[in-house]
Structure formats: C-alpha cells, structure tokens
Design a protein around this ligand. Structure first.
Ligand code: MSP
Length: 513
C-alpha cells in the first residue's frame, strides 16, 4: 500500500520580504517531500502565509495601505522565492482564504459549546512586538521577559481557551511518544516548561485594538488571536471542513517542521487544541535552529537579514540549498556568512562533484567518442560500485531520521572516493596501451554509473543539478527508482552518446565574467 506523508512548513508572516531563515525551513521541507515522493509515497507538502495580526496591521498602516491590499502585494514575493528555490508544494494556504476563515470559526464555535472556551475579564501586561500577555510576576524588571522591550497595561474582556485542563494529558502524551517532539533536547525543554502550571490562553483581541483578524464567531467586538488562527492552517489546508476525504487521507501530519522560536506554540498550544477538538495529534514536531549572523539571530526586527535572491543569483539555487543543509546538523544553530558558502561552493561543489563530472565526461569524449563504453559485468563488484549502491540504504535512513547533513556527507564520501579512483586508475595511462582498452572501458563505465547514481540521490537536495547530470548521461530510469533494487540497476546504456555540457559549478570568476 502506498504510504502517505504529510509535511508542513510554518506559515510565514507577511510583514516583509522572506529571508534566509524562511528559506531554510522551506528548503528542508522541500527536500524531505521530494525524497518521500522518490520513495513512492503519496506526499502532501503544505506551506503558506500567516496574514492576520497586529504585526501585519502595523506595517500596512505605516505604508498607508489596507491590510488586505498590503498582504496581496507581499504574498507573491514568497511564491516567487519558492519557485526560484525549487520548492514544490501541493498547496499554498493563505489565512485570508475563505475556507480557512470558515474552518477557524467552526472550531471556535465547537470548543465554546464544549466548554473549553470561556469569556472573562483580563488584567495584565502586553508586549506588542511579541504579541504575548504577561502577568506581573512574569515580567523581568518591568519589561517583556522574551524580548526585553516595554509592555503596556491592559484591562479588557476576552475569550480564553482552557489549556490548563489538558496539561496532564499533554505531559503523558509527550512521555509516551518520544518522537513527538524532536530533537530530544527540545522535548526535554518542553517537559521542563510543563512543570509549571499552564495558564489558559487568551485567544481574542478586542477590535478596539486590532481589527485585522478573523471575527470571533460569538462576538462582533473581537477578532481571533493570530496564533489560534494560524495553527489551524494545518487542518484547513488539507480539507478540514471542506474536503473530508482528503483530510482523512492525510491527517495526522507526519511532521510539522518549525523553528525553535515557535516550538512552544506547536508543542503545547497545538496538541491541546487538537485534543480539545477530538482530533488526533501530529506524529512529530521537529524544531530546527537559527541562522545567525555575528552571533545574533537573523531577523527582520534586527535588520540583519540576507536576501536569498541575491545569493541565488550569484551561486545558484542548488549551491544555496546544499550549503544550508550541509553546514549544520538539523536542530542546531548555524552561522551564515558568504565566505563559508563560497568555501563549500569551491571545495564540495566545484572541486569535488563538478570536477568528477567534468573529468568523467571529458574522458568518455576523448577515449570513447563520447559514448558510454561497453563493459564486463565484474565492474559491479568493484569497491567503488559497491559503496555507490550502498548509498541508497544509508542516505534513505538518514533522511527518514531527519538528518540531511549526514545524508549529504555520505553521498560526498563517495564523490571523494570516485575522484580518488580516477587518480589510482590513471585512465590517461591506460589509454596509451591498447591491451588495456578493456580496463579503461571498465573504469569509465564505473565512473559514469557512479555519477548517475549520485545524480539520482541528490535529486531531492539539488533538483536542478540532478536533472542536468541525468539528462547529460541520458538516464531514462530517473524518476522510476523508488527502492534499493531499482537503485541497484544499471542506469547508463553502453553505446549511448553523452553530453559533457557546461561546468556544473563554474568558478565564480568565470560565472561573473
Ligand atoms: N507565522 C508564524 C508561524 C505560524 S505557523 C502556524 C511565524 N512566522 S515567521 O515568518 O516569523 O517565521 C517562520 C519560520 O521562519 C519559523 O519557523 C522561524 O523559526 C523561521 N525563521 C525565521 N528566522 C529564522 C532564522 N534566522 N533562522 C532560521 N529560521 C528562522 O513564526
């Protein structure tokens, strides 16, 4: 039976252009989604935009625009960036879409009837940039404990969601399902947080303060808190309330990929909301780290963002994807700098993979009129071929464990091995001796096969490079390899003309020339 795989990115705030931090979450998810498609799974990859709330309202007002007109102008920038980065999703949800708003209102009505939502007066402190309420005790020297900025005193009537009733349930669930929050150190952090009693969550804002939101179904004076609205996208985006068959087919989500800054919302609020609704919990919430610049998180509010479009224009989409996934272990923070990117580009891409392709294709051109040579079957017994074929299992295990860095490291160890194989075999010497023509054919065939197999495996990580390698080698099996047996088959056809083409990763001075 076909397996299903439902994966989500957070939905991005549209108060500005997307940056590397956003690109990272989407690239990770795209890679996992592509890998699962390659395995033959029926994948639903959902992404989209989080459009309501005070942050967006403020920027729109500053620009002298209506919020809806403002967000309509920003959303295409996200879609364009995803297309530039090769992000292939099944659906793009906007929280201003009608089906989403209807779904949110239905959930609120149901929870209120069930007694999980109540109306009460609220007194407390509010941090506008963080959109968080704090009690007197939680403040740090009178300021927001998260960001250290000023807070405002608030007294208003609001609706509250009874998080507190489900605290023990959540603790038990996290303990019984070790995969639910990943990596492990983040699960421990959440369990630590749950040692304090949970306060109920204020899930509305009075319209006097915020108009840009979904209207609360029980009260025309309130709009829904942006997080309550946003989290529900994971249900409405696959048909909750509109396409029940699709919803049942894909829910529960296999993985919500999120940054560590929004883990609490996903690992505490969200499972409790689902439990209250009587909906199964997602299988996994995976928190990745931050990209930092000079020790600080890259963020719009700090103004230290790097525009992915500039980087991609200079280095190419696949180099950017490769860098982000190879540089840090998923879960940990990474330091972004163009020097580090350039280093990876030069060593791993231009010198290792690019050179492997170039010398393989050049020698096939030179010694075999550009056609894949005929070989003896023993070729498949060489260490290089055995190590190449073993990649399927190793890389697949790494991807299923959400370790793309290790997966790439394994692939690159074979790239290195193949380059060493060229040095050892010295095809240029074999070519001088007609008696060694058979051996020369074996060496070049092995290299062509090795590169073809690597071409298949890098597909989910670097789709454009994979496509170029496979089409130059005329590999027709691409897209049809979905298991170890298929991966073990020959990919190239002796006698077929190949195309050397332009360098896969040109030296940057050549590129800009
Ligand atoms: N709208 C909420 C998510 C709602 S999901 C129901 C939100 N949006 S965001 O645009 O601020 O952030 C979206 C994602 O980008 C988060 O996963 C966040 O961690 C990630 N990143 C933003 N800056 C980042 C870095 N500097 N580094 C890595 N990822 C970071 O939060």
């Amino acid at each position: 039976m076909t397996k299903r795989y439902y994966l989500t990115t957070p939905i991005y705030y549209v108060n500005g252009k997307p940056h590397i931090g956003h690109a990272y979450t989407s690239i990770l998810c795209d890679t996992f989604a592509r890998y699962h498609r390659m395995l033959g799974d029926e994948v639903f990859f959902l992404t989209g935009t989080d459009e309501h709330g005070i942050k967006v309202q403020k920027v729109a007002t500053a620009e002298g625009m209506e919020p809806k007109a403002f967000v309509d102008g920003i959303v295409p920038k996200f879609r364009e960036l995803w297309s530039l980065l090769g992000i292939r999703y099944e659906h793009f949800i906007r929280t201003t879409d009608d089906y989403h708003k209807t779904g949110v209102q239905k959930v609120l009505g149901d929870l209120e009837r069930k007694g999980d939502i109540y109306r009460a007066a609220y007194h407390g402190w509010y941090c506008t940039p963080c959109e968080s309420f704090w009690t007197e005790l939680q403040l740090k020297e009178g300021k927001c404990p998260d960001c250290g900025r000023d807070v405002e005193r608030l007294e208003e009537e609001n609706y509250f969601f009874k998080l507190s009733s489900y605290q023990q349930f959540l603790i038990d669930h996290i303990r019984a399902n070790p995969d639910f929050i990943q990596p492990d150190y983040r699960r421990n952090e959440i369990l630590g947080f749950l040692r304090q009693p949970l306060e109920d969550l204020c899930i509305t804002r009075p319209k006097t303060r915020l108009t840009w939101g979904i209207e609360y179904p029980g009260s025309p004076d309130h709009v829904v808190y942006v997080w309550f609205d946003a989290l529900l996208n994971y249900l409405t985006g696959i048909g909750f309330g509109t396409d029940d068959a699709r919803f049942r087919k894909f829910w529960p989500a296999d993985c919500h990929m999120v940054g560590k800054d929004i883990l609490r919302q996903h690992a505490v609020y969200w499972p409790i909301m689902l439990r209250a609704m009587g909906v199964e919990l997602p299988k996994r919430v995976y928190a990745h780290g931050w990209w930092k610049i000079g020790g600080a998180k890259m963020s719009k509010s700090l103004g230290n963002i790097v525009d992915p479009v500039e980087i991609v224009t200079k280095y190419g989409t696949d180099a950017f994807r490769y860098f982000l996934m190879r540089e840090v272990t998923l879960g940990l923070d990474g330091t972004y700098s163009e020097d580090l990117l350039l280093e990876r580009y030069t060593s791993d891409l231009a010198n290792d993979l690019g050179n492997l392709w170039h010398r393989t294709a050049s020698m096939i051109e030179k010694y075999f009129e550009g056609k894949v040579p005929q070989v003896a079957p023993e070729v498949w017994q060489t260490k290089l071929m055995r190590d190449t074929l073993a990649l399927w299992r190793g890389v697949t295990d790494d991807v299923l464990r959400y370790d793309p860095r290790e997966a790439l490291a394994k692939i690159w160890s074979v790239v290195t091995e193949a380059n060493q194989f060229v040095e050892e075999k010295k095809p240029w010497s074999l070519a001088k001796d007609p008696a060694k023509h058979g051996e020369l054919a074996d060496v070049l065939y092995a290299l062509a096969e090795c590169v073809a197999h690597i071409g298949i495996l890098i597909g989910p990580f670097m789709p454009a490079t994979s496509e170029r390698i496979l089409s130059r080698l005329k590999v027709a099996t691409a897209g049809r390899v979905s298991d170890e047996a298929g991966f073990g088959e020959p990919m190239t056809v002796p006698g077929t003309p190949i195309e050397k083409g332009a360098p896969l990763f040109p030296r940057l001075d050549e590129k800009t020339a």
